[in-house]
Write a protein that binds this ligand. Structure first.
Ligand code: HEC
Ligand code: HEC
Ligand code: HEC
Ligand code: HEC
Ligand code: HEC
Length: 243
């Protein structure tokens, strides 16, 4: 009996600590309780309305306060959610001309080159033809196959390939434990056409003499040359990702 009580008390303390720590975490993590779910689903705002640099530059970046003000209005002209304490915090940053000190969640070391724009603009045809076809979204939503399927769809759904279903998040979190690790990048780069094939001269005497021509033909055949006639970067070469 006594054990049962200890067990129960333990469970209650445990449950309390859970609700407590999760509340503290969300309040502490970010300076303002900004919810993607509320903005992206309930109010249908497109990802790239706020993250407008994703397709144009190296980093996606978080929106400047002016983007928030556009809808919520400054202190003197409170538009959407005039009484909200959380929104008022944002209006104060605006009044003081200060950026909101958002905490960065997805981060990779500075010696790695990760251009968002190349990923957002990449043609889906760059992936191997069957990449993503084995996605079982119900049971393994974060499998490589499903990440490839999201990537293939393109548009804002492509974000989900690497960041998960941000639309449903009240607090942004990393969904893949190995996010941003070298193997995590490579896994997908191996599914890009031409990635596994290396440049090589022909192995026959004829090929040897006509190596240049053979190479050119072969490179087109395996998708190493893009529609503009330029070489695609080799997806696995160290210098593609490292300076
Ligand atoms: C395109 C318009 C739009 C933009 C841009 C926008 N919001 Fe909102 N926001 C809304 C709407 C609409 C609601 C009200 C949602 C509801 O209650 O259904 C809202 C609600 C909120 C809330 C919840 C308020 C509460 O107390 O319930 C916060 C906090 C918030 N926004 C912060 C921000 C911040 C910070 C930014 C800038 C990064 C921002 N919003 C950008 C439209 C916008
Ligand atoms: C109303 C503006 C707004 C919209 C719409 C919006 N975001 Fe955000 N996003 C923000 C702000 C502000 C932050 C920084 C605060 C945070 O992490 O919640 C952020 C953070 C993020 C982060 C984490 C950044 C980091 O630090 O690693 C990701 C990933 C992200 N957004 C993806 C998306 C995706 C995908 C969509 C579309 C489903 C989307 N966002 C729609 C404003 C927006
Ligand atoms: C191929 C994977 C991939 C895709 C697709 C992708 N991201 Fe990212 N994202 C990353 C990585 C990796 C980082 C960390 C970059 C760093 O630290 O330099 C990141 C960082 C971010 C950040 C934090 C701020 C920054 O720029 O570092 C935001 C916001 C973000 N992504 C939003 C988006 C949105 C919105 C989309 C879709 C339009 C998107 N991402 C698509 C991999 C991806
Ligand atoms: C879900 C798939 C996917 C993931 C994950 C991914 N990439 Fe890529 N990456 C691509 C595709 C597709 C291309 C574009 C291929 C093309 O169009 O030539 C690309 C291109 C690149 C390029 C070359 C851009 C250029 O044209 O100069 C770099 C650099 C790169 N990725 C770095 C990274 C790094 C670093 C990571 C991990 C943090 C990563 N990628 C994760 C799919 C991915
Ligand atoms: C597709 C992109 C990509 C390619 C190609 C790539 N790397 Fe990396 N590399 C990364 C990323 C991302 C990290 C950071 C991983 C982390 O934070 O743990 C990394 C980290 C490293 C590190 C540091 C490891 C550590 O523990 O600090 C070394 C060394 C390295 N790479 C060497 C190489 C070499 C050698 C090659 C070529 C054979 C290569 N990389 C090709 C993306 C890449």
């Amino acid at each position: 009996m006594i054990y049962r009580h200890i067990f129960l008390v333990g469970m209650i303390v445990y449950a309390l600590s859970l609700t407590f720590s999760s509340k503290q975490a969300s309040a502490e993590e970010q300076p303002i309780a900004f919810s993607h779910k509320l903005h992206a689903v309930q109010n249908g705002i497109a990802c790239q309305y706020c993250h407008l640099y994703a397709r144009r530059s190296f980093s996606s970046g978080v929106p400047p306060v002016s983007t928030c003000i556009g809808c919520h209005g400054p202190q003197e002209q409170k538009l959407v959610k005039p009484e909200s304490a959380e929104v008022n915090k944002m209006r104060d940053y605006w009044a003081n001309s200060e950026p909101i000190p958002w905490v960065k969640i997805h981060d990779i070391p500075d010696f790695v080159r990760f251009p968002h724009k190349a990923h957002i603009n990449a043609n889906s045809d760059r992936l191997l033809d069957d990449a993503g076809s084995g996605c079982d979204i119900e049971n393994t939503p974060r499998s490589l196959e499903c990440r490839l399927a999201h990537f293939r769809t393109g548009g804002d759904e492509r974000c989900q390939s690497c960041h998960g279903n941000v639309k449903q998040m009240t607090v942004v979190k990393k969904v893949d434990a190995n996010f941003g690790k070298m193997g995590w990048c490579m896994e997908c780069h191996l599914q890009v056409k031409g990635a596994k094939q290396r440049k090589r001269a022909g192995s026959t005497l004829d090929g040897w003499f006509n190596a240049k021509e053979m190479d050119a033909k072969r490179e087109v055949a395996i998708g190493l040359i893009n529609e503009k006639g330029y070489h695609n970067p080799n997806m696995l070469d160290c210098y593609t990702c490292h300076y």
